[in-house]
Design a protein around this ligand. Structure first.
Ligand SMILES: CC(C)(COP(=O)(O)OP(=O)(O)OC[C@H]1O[C@@H](n2cnc3c(N)ncnc32)[C@H](O)[C@@H]1O)[C@@H](O)C(=O)NCCC(=O)NCCS
Ligand SMILES: Nc1ncnc2c1ncn2[C@@H]1O[C@H](COP(=O)(O)OP(=O)(O)OP(=O)(O)O)[C@@H](O)[C@H]1O
Length: 198
């Protein structure tokens, strides 16, 4: 079974994903893959520099992530340009990792994909688990985790579909507004209900 794990920025996907990893499920993490495809020497990084200029590189030649983030989260046309460069490479590497797990005998693979709905990737997965939070909790956690002002955090939140829209396309929803224990209990119930094999 291929499970798509999604939600909005700072809703708690990584938190739920690490709970699943603790239970022994293999995880394909789009955010990690997105970092891998822009490592020094990767053709995707070269394409980013050709499009956005040398100023998105740090002195050591690595990608300046906060700088590129400020550019793309404040300008939808720049965001589209970056997505067009990066998403094909991210997708290819995610499918490669999924297939590797399956060929090594995994019965279930979790694909943690923040932009599952925005990029219309629903057909790659058999069940969709959405991690949801209220806007208030989301804003607070995002500002705290990334040390962002309210305005910066809101521009990131607005660059994605509202989580309420994502809930409509879910097979199950975890409400991550409370304690980690409450989130874990909801996850346990869903796994039992879906009767998932490792
Ligand atoms: C712009 C970048 C360099 C900023 O890096 P930074 O370290 O600050 O953020 P990080 O990669 O940890 O992403 C944090 C979250 O931002 C959101 N996000 C990232 N990219 C996008 C995007 N293009 N559109 C909407 N939301 C996005 C996701 O919820 C993600 O989980 C980075 O987010 C990036 O490379 N984005 C493009 C690739 C992409 O679309 N990644 C999303 C998963 S496929
Ligand atoms: N139930 C919770 N109680 C308190 N803090 C939480 C809870 N769940 C997550 N957090 C915190 O909220 C922040 C966002 O969670 P997390 O990083 O898991 O979100 P995410 O959906 O993976 O984010 P992104 O889309 O940016 O990758 C983190 O700092 C995390 O430690």
């Amino acid at each position: 079974m291929i499970i798509g794990l999604t939600g909005s920025i700072a809703s708690g996907k990584s938190t739920v994903s690490s709970m699943l990893a603790d239970r022994g499920f293999p995880i394909v993490d789009a955010d990690l893959v997105a970092r891998k495809v822009v490592e020094k020497g990767e053709p995707t990084l070269q394409m980013i520099v050709e499009t956005f200029g040398e100023e998105v590189l740090l002195p050591d030649g690595k990608l300046d992530r906060p700088k590129l983030g400020t550019i793309i989260f404040n300008d939808p046309s720049k965001r589209k340009m970056l997505n067009d460069i990066m998403h094909p490479a991210i997708r290819a590497e995610m499918l490669r990792q999924r297939d590797e797990y399956l060929s090594n005998g995994a019965k279930t693979v979790i694909m943690d994909i923040p932009l599952l709905f925005e990029s219309r990737l629903q057909h790659y997965v058999e069940k969709i688990l959405v991690v949801s939070v209220t806007e208030e909790v989301q804003l607070k956690r995002l500002m705290q985790r990334n040390q962002l002002s309210e305005e910066e955090a809101l521009s990131r939140i607005r660059s994605q579909l509202p989580v309420s829209e994502k809930e409509k396309g879910a097979d199950a929803v975890i409400y991550n507004n409370g304690s980690l224990e409450e989130t874990e209990q909801q996850l346990e119930k869903i796994l039992a209900f879906w009767n998932i094999e490792k």
